[in-house]
Structures are given as C-alpha cells and as structure tokens.
Design a protein around this ligand. Sequence first.
Ligand SMILES: [Zn+2]
Ligand SMILES: [Zn+2]
Length: 348
Amino acid sequence: MRAERPESWRVAVVGLGALGNELVRELGLLGVGEALLVDPDVVEEANLAKCALFRRRGACGRPKAEVLAEVGQEWFPRTRWLAVAAEVADVGWQKLAGRHALFAGVDRESARLEMARIATRLDVPLCDGGMDTAGAGGRVSWYPGREGACHGCRLTAARRREWLRTWSSAAHPCRVPEEPGGWTATPTLAAMTAALQVHFAAEWIRRGEREARSVEFRLDAPLRLEELRLPLNEACPFHEGGQWRLVPVEGPFRAVLREGEEACWEWAVCLRARCLECGGEWSPRQRAAKLRREGACPACGSRRLLELDTRCAVAYEEPLAGFQPPELGLPPDHLYSIRKGRKREEPA
Ligand SMILES: [Zn+2]
Ligand SMILES: [Zn+2]
C-alpha cells in the first residue's frame, strides 16, 4: 500500500516492552494518523528501568496498552491511539486488516510466527524488530505481506512443523513446546532498533516495498550495518491464497457458509476439557495455547488437563455452525477463512 503522508497511515504496534515504548515515541514524533497498541501485560515495577513512557504516576499495575495510549494521546495528540490489552492471537482481525504496517516488538518465537501468519493472511506489511543483547546487535525486518517472504520462511521445515502442530493439535494432554527465553532488551539497543524500524518502515511504506528485506546492525567488533534481501521459501505454507475468502461473521457461522463449506480460524479453541485429577469436565471456550499455558480445573484447580474437543474450524453441517463466534470464545470482530470441505490435518 503506497502512501506518502504519515498522517494518513494506520499502523499497529504489537508488544509493548522496551522496544514497543520506543516505537510509540518514534511513531508519535513521525505523526502517524492512527496507532493500535496491543499487549496483554500490565506495567510492573521491573519494567521502569527500561521503558521511559511507563514512568508516570499510577502506571504500575495497569495494562501497558492503556498506559501507552494515554501517554500517546497526551504527547502526540495528532495521532489517534487505540489500546487493546490482549495477546495478538486474541485480537479480532477486523482491527488489523488494511493497516499500512504492523510493527512487532515481540521477543518470543511463537509471537513472531503468529504475527507472520496474521500478516500473510491479511496481506498486510509487517515490520519486525529483534535484538541480540549478547552480541549488541539488532535486526529490522520488512515482510511485505502474502507475496513476499515472512518470518516462517526463515525457519527450518522441522521447526515450522512443530509450531504449526501445536496450533491445530486436538485432544492431547496439555503441554506447551519448549520455547527458548526471549531477549532482554537494553534501553539503548531498544531505542536504536525501534528508530531503525520506524525510519526504514517509513521509506518502505512510502514506496510500497513488495520485497522482504532486513537491516542488521552490530555494535561490537567488527561494527557493521547491512541490508539483506529475504527470499520467499516455497516450502513455507503461509503464502497460499485463492482457495478461501476472508469474511466477518456477525450472526451464527451458518449464515456465512454454504453447504460443504467450513469457517476456519488460526488458533485452536478448546470447547471441552477434562480434569485428570478430579475427572470433572467443562467447556473452557478458550484458545488452546492459553489453556495449556495457564488453564486450571474450575472445580479443583489442577493444571493436569485433557482437551477433549479442540478445534479451528466449523463445518456447515455441524450443530456448532448455529453458534456465534463469541459463544465459542472467539473475538466478535474477527475475520474467518471460508473454504470448501474439511481442512486437512497437518501431517504428523
Ligand atoms: Zn513464509
Ligand atoms: Zn479438577
């Protein structure tokens, strides 16, 4: 999407730690038209050492997204600041579709891959920032949307498969794949990385850059700053298009489906679970990844859970198609992929 004037840009910032703080400041100074701020966490005392914008009275204990939207509104009132205190996987896609760019300041591989999925599905550019605090370096990547490389293209096939399996896997005892700890930002590296992110993104948005690229810098010897082109990996499954259409679902699913079709979403939702401690069953209606991470039996509090019905699609013929998305624990303003027939399982 080409656009000359930052005042007309609508962007989102996902991840509001040290990098996200700096992104908010830079985007505010640039004068973008609208910025949606996404992060599920609240400000903690420990964040203040690295995040300048959280240093205001009463910020601790409040959602990061809300605090930064407030600061943004105060300091940069020409920009419209919107806050969503949620994980990006729980944000309805109507909020993200059509943006000039999504800025990522996330430190986890799983969040990077979720962002890649969202950006390729919605065909929205993604500007990702990452840091290597051990080597004092940083990287800014531009993923232009469905037609260019994404973060998934850079992973090995085995790694990609592992992540995709945990997204869609059904009925297994709760567990999350091992994820190596993310970076711990230093304020200077965060400031530099975010500044480069906004500097280059501004150029890439202006010229409608359609090729994936990344700019890497290192501050230890030998000092360097270089730009790399990122080729699209034919094995990456995120770039398929054509066999599905994206639609909002305002009433029951069945209203948007024809016979033989199904509505799909990206992250499996658990509709029925059993406690392995007390045997009780209930309907969590929660994203399975979240349930595996923090779910507990409502009767006895045990975290040993078995997912009995976990799914990421509803077919026209099923009784479930009579439900509306929020009744299944899905965001009301999401966009669903409508496609023919049963979605094939990822090969194990
Ligand atoms: Zn890809
Ligand atoms: Zn129980």
